[in-house]
Design a protein around this ligand. Structure first.
Ligand SMILES: [Zn+2]
Length: 169
């Protein structure tokens, strides 16, 4: 999504309101697929010398599998932003985004903002009990002693992986 900011180049220092929609493709986040609803940006753009300043609020929604029951978990995102676009941005130390001509590309900014605000893990609801297998396995583990070591049945491998992840958090 390219936002035409040519008006602001004609009137430097003046803030122009804008509204834009950005649809991001699904992202692979550490083996999990995260998909997105169309994000809505509302705010203003201002040209200050050679920079384009974008300010406003990003409304979005992220979807991924619940870490416990594997059902769908939805995470609403409401993110205030204040970002700078520079003509020759792109070096690792530079936190601003690049732009070309008289338009700024919003996709990279939206992706960065949303990725940074994702939770450590997705859970469908605060008191999700997890799959029946997970519940049975947890019951089992709490009964048996630690010396037995982890069970080796293949169906539980995915769940073990999830539980390990939980311990690290
Ligand atoms: Zn769940």
């Amino acid at each position: 999504m390219l936002l035409d900011v040519s008006k602001a180049f004609l009137n430097p220092g003046t803030a122009f309101p804008f509204e834009a929609k950005v649809q991001l493709p699904p992202q692979d986040v550490m083996g999990e697929t995260v998909s997105w609803d169309e994000a809505l940006l509302q705010g203003t753009y201002t040209v200050v010398q050679d920079e384009v300043h974008l300010k406003g609020t990003l409304h979005g929604m992220a979807h991924a599998a619940c870490a416990l029951c594997l059902g769908q978990a939805d995470v609403p995102l409401r993110l205030p932003f204040s970002e700078v676009f520079r003509k020759n941005a792109g070096s690792p130390e530079d936190e601003s985004f690049p732009y070309e001509g008289k338009a700024v590309s919003l996709d990279q900014m939206v992706l960065t903002l949303m990725m940074l605000s994702l939770p450590m893990r997705f859970v469908c609801k605060a008191d999700c009990k997890g799959t029946q297998e997970l519940q049975a396995w947890q019951k089992d583990i709490s009964k048996s002693s630690c010396q037995d070591g982890p069970p080796t049945q293949r169906p539980f491998e995915a769940l073990q992986h999830l539980l390990k992840k939980d311990e690290e958090v």
